[in-house]
Design a protein around this ligand. Structure first.
Ligand code: ADP
Ligand code: GLC
Length: 486
């Protein structure tokens, strides 16, 4: 099964969030089950630098006149064949992949990412004479025009091609001013309610949802939530209309990156049977951060984008309650300034109990999961969430709001029924400080009962969370789609 996976980010080369983790892990998992996956990426500097044995395909000529060579080579850090759009004027810029140094979206984002979708469609139509995908699988709004360009190509590919579009987060839609629509080179008929028009604007997300042969999202619960008005971000009507072609497939954990038995980024290795190393990781982190060196103080952790989505205002509000109970907290994150400032201020007022690092630091994230007892993920909404699963792998029990993928991966223990063998963390249902604090208290109460705690932690660490199950579900879906398209 030849699959072209299309995304803007890929771990370890370029990452702003979980999208990169998924894009980096899914190809290997599909290949392990007999898939033949190649990836298509924008030519960001880190991607070009990683590409080996490069050959150049014929030049891409976009409908709006943009010309760019597509290179094909071997991504050394991923052991994968990749197609890369070599357009440095579009992709090699100071600043992030989507925003400039002042955190403003680049003015030409519609063209930068339309080109990604356009290149995907061209590959499906035979741009590389040696390899043509049977499935074009695009991820998030950056790659969402691929199904639209395929639908309007007016060409029949040499062999059947089906398109799959995965929503990682419906809140980020890639919406642009209507004046920019003609730049995209799609027919005028596409700018309609049955197309990519969204309240008079151009929506890349909607193109993916509307034109893909199948839509997936990253957890079964989120697949249901986005069909409701409350969580549909204005697209719930379309999602309900396409409900028969919408599937939730839960993400997994890349165990070649997240495994405390062998993780080179943590000071001491451990696993469910040999848990001793975890206490050493905790002591090392407390020392590194200047927290009081108490092995028995429950240590909570947050590794997160600091945005409205992540519900961290609950954490800020609950700090007095946490500190009053002798707990410690470490926060790693960056994002909205008010949240960064609020956490910084709180840390300077409580240096022995709260350590805050504002920034993005992959290595530090590993040390946090290894050291902490509880991983906090109080998100307002969460399509899947990966950090609660990293917490499970590293014996840092997740405490989560019961939404999206958090609801699908974390189950709270019932005091009466510790032996149910399913409990692996703490769950609160109402998005209120009160409900969050009560969940914190339950986690602290369990922490104080070390036999019960150890039992649940051991079970959590043994849970199978790898990518194999999801890869199987994606392959089965691809097969169904291809069977339909022949
Ligand atoms: P989202 O994609 O919504 O940000 P996920 O939980 O799916 O949420 O994935 C977040 C990913 O980004 C995880 O790999 C997490 O460890 C990582 N991450 C988030 N913030 C930081 C940070 N400040 N430093 C390092 N890693 C981070
Ligand atoms: C998005 C979501 C997150 C999900 C990730 C990977 O960034 O916010 O919940 O885990 O994509 O699918």
């Amino acid at each position: 099964m030849k699959v072209l996976q299309v995304s803007a980010e890929i771990y370890p080369l370029l990452k702003t969030g979980g999208l990169a983790d998924v894009a980096g892990a899914l190809p290997a998992a599909l290949n392990a089950r007999g898939g033949e996956v190649r990836v298509l990426l924008p030519g960001f500097a880190a991607v070009l630098a990683d590409l080996r044995d490069v050959r150049t395909l014929s030049e891409l000529v976009a409908p709006w006149g943009e010309r760019a060579p597509v290179r094909c080579g071997w991504l050394a850090s991923l052991n994968l064949t990749a197609y890369v759009i070599d357009a440095p004027h579009l992709y090699c810029r100071s600043g992030g992949p989507y925003e400039n140094d002042q955190r403003q979206p680049y003015a030409d984002n519609h063209l930068r990412f339309a080109l990604l979708g356009f290149a995907a469609a061209q590959l499906a139509l035979g741009l590389d004479g040696q390899w043509q995908p049977e499935i074009v699988h695009s991820h998030d709004w950056h790659a969402a025009l691929a199904p639209a360009y395929l639908a309007f190509s007016g060409q029949r590919p040499a062999a059947p091609v089906a398109s799959v579009y995965t929503v990682h987060n419906l809140a980020y839609q890639g919406v642009f001013a209507p004046e920019l629509f003609p730049d995209l080179g799609l027919p005028g008929s596409a700018f309609s309610i049955d197309g990519l028009e969204f309240h008079g604007q151009v929506s890349f997300m909607k193109a993916g949802l509307f034109y893909a042969d199948h839509v997936t999202t990253v957890s079964p619960t989120y697949a249901l939530e986005i069909q409701t008005q409350a969580q549909g971000c204005g697209l719930d009507g379309l999602l309900r209309a396409r409900a028969g072609l919408l599937t939730g497939i839960l993400n997994g954990v890349d165990e070649s990156v997240w495994n405390p038995q062998v993780d080179p980024l943590i000071p001491c290795h451990f696993d469910a049977e040999r848990i001793g190393g975890k206490a050493q990781c905790k002591a090392a982190l407390q020392k590194e951060l200047g927290l009081s060196l108490q092995g028995d103080a429950p240590l909570f952790g947050v590794v997160s984008r600091l945005t409205e989505q992540k519900g961290l205002q609950l954490v800020l509000a609950a700090l007095p309650a946490l500190f009053a109970r002798g707990a410690q907290l470490v926060v790693l994150g960056n994002g909205e300034k008010w949240l960064e400032d609020a956490f910084r201020e709180a840390a300077s007022a409580h240096p022995q109990q709260l350590a805050v690092r504002i920034g993005y630091d992959e290595h530090f994230a590993h040390r946090i999961f290894a050291a902490t007892d509880v991983t906090l993920v109080p998100s307002r909404f969460e399509p899947c969430g990966l950090t609660q699963m990293y917490g499970l792998k590293y014996g840092s029990l997740p405490l989560v709001h019961s939404v999206g993928g958090l609801a699908d991966t974390v189950l709270e223990h019932d005091r009466e029924d510790l032996a149910d063998r399913l409990a692996n963390g703490f769950v609160f249902h109402e998005f209120t400080v009160d409900a969050f604090e009560r969940a914190l208290c339950r986690s602290l109460a369990l922490y104080a009962r070390s036999t019960d705690w150890n039992q649940i932690r051991e079970r959590a660490m043994r849970q199978k969370l790898d990518w194999d199950r999801a890869a199987g579900e994606y392959l089965a879906l691809y097969q169904r789609l291809l069977a339909k398209s022949v």
